[in-house]
Ligand binder design. Structure first.
Ligand SMILES: [Zn+2]
Length: 372
């Protein structure tokens, strides 16, 4: 493990420093310097038939729908009470949810909870409050706790969806509702620039698509094209010192279309000594999708753009392992890595099972279309 300096917030660490992890960190730190370093887009741009896999949610679709409907009602309610648009409320909630999921032991949520918000008891009731589980809004206020009554039942219940989400939204609004004031309010609550960045990214995604359900996924290459991949998680590599392989290599011809696997925002784009021309995309689950060794980018794509599953983002190449423009030091392939943001650190996990699922889903969908 190594420590890396992060803008404004001191050190963070990533797991064993690999090409992809290192690349991602480097560019998170200095992305303005390299962002937008577009290179000649290959002519293999192909009309990218965007057939987005419906993912594996066909079976549990009704419950998903119900859950999204419940969340939407809650967001509309908090929106009406605070003046924030529902997308911003949803973004706060979704950020909290991703952190709660990453830390189930320290941020336990009930199965039937609608909100993902978790507030520590002492933060809720106030540090010096003799009653840690106090739910009286006035005494909580007296002890400077953040707990409020969002549901109108006269109690400030930490476990209640309306109360929990409303209380955090009100904290974020302490400085005002304009974009700048709101960002400062978020920072003052989380003391974490990454949290602020994520919430603003999520809000942009919800505003762009104007819906909560953004769960689909797609295989990063057009399925059925000639490519090959196997699980290469953790195997050793040599260039740039010993590093563990954090990702899956998908071998394919130079110029094969590379597509976004998720709904997300382009967070990083440009050269990195290890990853070559690469792109990093953040999704609503707080996962960072990393595509490396490209031969070129979709020419209109820039940092901050919103993408959806199946959308062309670039082309397979063999760039990397040297100065900008270096290529051909290894056979052309897409290096695909996924990192989970756990709040202060990001961990890589093996994307192979996800890749397999997306590939199978798309094959299935294609077959069912043929038999219709
Ligand atoms: Zn790789």
């Amino acid at each position: 493990m190594r420590l890396f300096w992060r803008r404004g917030k001191g050190f963070t660490l990533r797991t064993a420093c690999t090409a992809s992890a290192f690349a991602a960190v480097l560019l998170t730190v200095c992305r303005s310097g390299t962002a937008g370093a577009a290179i000649g887009a290959s002519s293999a741009s192909g009309p990218a038939t965007v057939s987005v896999a419906a993912s594996s949610r066909s079976q549990d679709a009704p419950s998903d729908e119900m859950m999204f409907a419940k969340r939407k009602r809650l967001y509309d309610e908090i929106s009406a009470k605070t003046g924030l648009d529902w997308q911003m409320v949803a973004a706060i909630d979704q950020y909290e949810r991703t952190i709660s999921r990453a830390h189930p032991k320290t941020r336990p949520k009930k199965d039937d909870a609608v909100t993902g918000v978790f507030v520590q008891e002492s933060v809720w009731s106030g540090n010096l409050n003799p009653e840690p589980d106090d739910d009286n809004p006035s005494s909580i206020r007296f002890f400077s706790g953040i707990g409020r009554d969002g549901s109108g039942d006269g109690r400030a219940d930490r476990e209640q969806d309306e109360d929990a989400l409303y209380s955090v939204a009100v904290q974020a609004l302490q400085q005002g509702i304009s974009d700048d004031d709101f960002s400062i309010g978020l920072w003052e609550y989380y003391h974490n620039t990454r949290a602020v960045q994520r919430i603003l990214q999520f809000a942009r995604l919800y505003r762009h698509f104007d819906r909560l359900d953004l769960k689909g996924g797609a295989f990063p290459l057009p399925v059925g094209d000639s490519y090959s991949f196997r699980s290469t998680w953790g195997s050793g590599r040599s260039w740039g010192g010993y590093r563990i392989h954090e990702g899956t290599d998908i071998f394919a011809g130079h110029g094969t279309t590379v597509r976004s696997t998720c709904y997300g925002i382009v967070e990083i784009k440009g050269w990195n000594a290890f990853g070559g021309w690469r792109i990093g995309i953040r999704d609503l689950n707080n996962l960072y999708h990393y595509y490396a060794h490209l031969s070129g980018y979709e020419k209109n794509l820039k940092v901050g753009d919103i993408v959806k599953p199946g959308q062309t983002i670039g082309w397979v190449g063999s760039s990397g392992y040297g100065r900008p423009g270096t290529q051909g030091k290894f056979p052309p392939h897409l290096h695909y890595g996924v990192y989970r943001d756990r709040g202060l650190v990001e961990w890589a996990f093996d994307p192979y099972p996800m890749l397999k699922r997306w590939e199978q889903d798309e094959f299935k969908m294609r077959r069912s279309k043929k038999t219709e």
